[in-house]
Design a protein around this ligand. Sequence first.
Ligand code: 13P
Length: 307
Amino acid sequence: MNSRDIKDDKYYIEKIKELKEKRRAIILAHNYQRPEIQDLADLVGDSLDLSKKAQASDVETIVFCGVQFMAESAAILSPEKTVLLPVKEAGCQLADMATVQELRKKKEENPEATVVCYVNSSAQVKAESDIGCTSANGVEIVNSLKEDKILFVPDEHLGRYVASKTKKDVILWKGFCPAHYNLLPKDILRTEEEHPEAKVLVHPECRLAVIQLADEAFSTSGMLNYVKESEAKEFIIGTEMGLIHRLKKENPEKNFYVPSENLICPSMKLITLKEVAQSLEKMRYKIEIPEEVRKKAKKSLDRMLEV
Ligand code: 13P
């Protein structure tokens, strides 16, 4: 980064601090955000942490540095607060792979199935589902249900991983996260050869063949907890590379290796300090969800949070 950029950073950080007071705002950042956004945020976390913390925070405005569905989850849980997504194009390709029309059709074809919906989905899709789940609690949620037939949307790979850990009959949806999907078994094998002592941690959105090569499959917060507790000194991290910043910051004595250059989510990188400052200044872009959809979507998230 050149000195001009650092000067800009300082300017925007001061501006954000000032505007945050004025707007009574909290800044939340997902673990995949740019380092400077993570460092600026009041809270950094995974999708489950952030949805719960957004609900509990006593503020008027939530600035959600993440992608659309995450900001929507905050708006579903906190209707009395204004939720802002600093860049309106910050969508999630996985979430966009399930529309409410397609889901209704699939439900008609499988009327006996209980719909479990990964939080990486639109508010409308959540509203059409019976219960939500995150990558951290998918197995627990599915096992908590008395029904045996499950329609799991929209991530085929997380669904397959969950199915491998339960005795339920799981119908899979053809959706995937491009960043995790592009991580291949050969990438893990090559990086393991280069770092034979390293523990391999991957996200459950990866292909099952990749998960089977790993020591553990975890959500982003699961990885952070595991690394903190582990006696190992080296780790191969099979998830979006934004997580490396926090891993290094919290474990300066440990080493982390990225097994593929493809482990990057372009949407997560759209949010910059300038965009956050402008978001607070102009109060944009507000997440608006029709009340009827919000109430139904909240039911499925509340059911998840109860479990
Ligand atoms: P978690 O932070 O809940 O692991 O989810 C990350 C994510 O959205 C992967 O695409």
